[in-house]
Design a protein around this ligand. Structure first.
Ligand code: ADP
Length: 507
């Protein structure tokens, strides 16, 4: 149950609601695993604490076993027992928390989007810290992510440091400021935090409603390090328009705030060893891409008559942030331009899901367009490999992973210049960017004209010269999107924070 680091690196514990591939909704899951693995490779002891969801992908967990301990944790005025499981995911040691609470917090069909999410995750955040205390862990860094585990930061300083879990510096990463998890201030009391003391403008009070508390704001105030997932997004959220109500808080804590571009897990996303593909391929031998295109077309019942017909892919959650109106438009525009279009996406918003189901039905037997409206990891790999281009017309995009995965698989991104897309996709025609960094097609205005201009340039580039397109594909496949350099930036922030704490405690 207890383990202490025996090596010189840092002891880093991530407390999160997602971890790929066992429990993933979007990019957060990829980041926890990718960053965790990269830090482990650099010699740090990395551990992860996750809820034990019933709907997890259990086959990806090695050596899962329940521990012979029960962690009792406070909630709603009493103690609740929690079973603790351990296992290894992608080589990372993970603790899974299974609450013995009548609310069956993690026995649902999905990870989030439940009426009692605030309760479920404030409960989990508290048990995670209780586990660390009882296991006598002495981490150097506790790293929490997004609003679901943002509670960890105030809980740590207000309750667990006084109890003796006091070795750590707190790091909080916000993967998307759209989701802040606000709730009536009184709900904070359930997990043992003092709502009266915390519902103040300089603590957890929501900036636009003085009777509500905001967990993301709380984590910004109560963490030593606050990061978001790209340099451009870290600037955008400092403006009234981009900060979703938190710009003033971010600005007043700007000294500890940084934007670090996510990497991708280059082992999981590697066309040279990807078992989901029909044929593996690499930058030096891209012929396999055509076979994967054939395989996808057969699988989805699309026409295979012209192997050069450009295939445009889109893999996304269908939410307003992703530019759903432009995605819808892209289907029709691609067909007008003589291309094929494949969408893999699903929506938590019922009217958007219905709208795309209607479009999907319309194209049910179409030779050149297919909509697959679900979450499907295996199919996503095949689409990245098969497509010639991938569209990401986001209205805003904290980092975005699909553009990087696409490039790794030789699918050229067509992206709106916002957030992390602006830090990773550089237009082939942009003279202000050194030629070696130009890797895709971008547009600025989030309307059909803006998108059309980029799509048309991509089609012309594709059709006019097969050799230059091939060079672009090979160049994109060779770009290093691994976690290596981003993990080094986290490492540096962690080390500085730990050093500052040590210096302060000596003086
Ligand atoms: P976000 O975190 O906002 O959803 P990102 O681009 O950061 O967006 O991450 C999206 C991740 O989720 C990528 O790994 C992408 O391949 C995956 N993904 C999105 N939608 C689907 C889907 N319908 N099926 C399979 N994978 C998906």
């Amino acid at each position: 149950f207890t383990s202490s680091p025996t090596r010189p690196g840092l002891h880093i514990i991530h407390i999160a609601a997602e971890m790929a591939p066992v429990a993933k909704v979007g990019g957060l899951g990829d980041v926890v695993t990718g960053l965790g693995k990269a830090l482990q490779k650099k010699g740090h002891l990395v551990e992860i604490v996750l809820p034990k969801y019933d709907c997890m992908q259990y086959e990806s967990i090695k050596d899962m076993k329940v521990l012979d301990v029960v962690v009792e944790s406070y909630f709603d005025g009493r103690l609740y027992k929690n079973k603790i499981w351990t296992g290894t995911v992608e080589g990372l040691p993970v603790y899974f928390i299974e609450p013995q609470h009548p609310g069956k917090f993690f026995g649902r069909e999905k990870l989030y989007g439940e009426h009692d999410d605030f309760k479920r995750f404030s409960f989990f955040s508290r048990v995670a810290l209780e586990l660390l205390l009882q296991a006598e862990k002495r981490p150097d860094i506790i790293h929490c992510h997004d609003w679901q585990t943002a509670f960890v930061a105030p809980l740590y300083w207000e309750i667990y440091v006084p109890k003796g879990l006091n070795s750590a510096r707190m790091c909080f990463t916000c993967h998307n400021f759209e989701y802040q998890g606000t709730a009536p201030a009184s709900e904070l009391t359930s997990c043992g935090l003092d709502a009266y003391h915390l519902n103040r403008p300089d603590r957890m009070q929501d900036n636009s409603a003085n009777d509500r508390i905001n967990p993301v704001k709380g984590a910004i105030v109560f963490s030593n390090i606050v990061t978001t997932v790209s340099p451009t997004y870290s600037q955008e959220v400092r403006s009234a328009q981009g900060g979703k109500g938190l710009h003033a808080t971010i600005n007043s804590h700007s000294k500890k705030f940084a934007g670090i571009l996510n990497g991708i897990d280059t082992d999981a996303w590697n066309p040279a060893s990807d078992n989901f593909l029909k044929v593996q391929y690499s930058a030096s031998d891209i012929d396999g891409k055509i076979e994967n295109k054939e395989a996808l077309r057969r699988l989805l019942g699309l026409s295979s008559s012209d192997f050069r017909q450009p295939l445009v892919g889109c893999i996304t959650r269908l939410v307003p942030q992703k530019g759903v109106h432009l995605i819808r438009h892209a289907i029709y525009r691609t067909l007008e331009l003589g291309g094929q279009f494949v969408l893999l996406g699903s929506s938590p918003v019922p009217h958007i899901q219905r709208e795309f189901e209607d479009i999907g039905n319309h194209f049910q037997n179409h030779e050149h367009a297919r909509l697959v409206l679900k979450y499907d990891e295996a199919l996503s790999h095949l689409i990245y490999a098969a497509s010639d281009m991938l569209i990401i017309p986001s209205i805003f995009e904290p980092c975005g992973l699909t553009q990087m995965i696409a490039m790794r698989y030789g699918s050229i991104p067509i992206a709106r210049k916002t957030g992390g897309l602006n830090d990773s996709v550089f237009d082939v025609d942009d003279d202000t960017i050194p030629v070696q960094f130009r890797n895709g097609f971008t547009f600025v205005t989030a309307d059909e004209q803006g998108f059309n201009a980029a799509l048309e340039r991509a089609f012309n580039y594709y059709k006019n010269n097969a050799d230059t397109w091939k060079e672009l594909v090979q160049k994109d496949m060779s770009i290093d999107f691994s976690w290596d350099s981003s993990a080094s930036q986290y490492e540096e922030l962690y080390e500085k924070a730990v050093l500052r704490a040590r210096t302060a405690s000596r003086s």
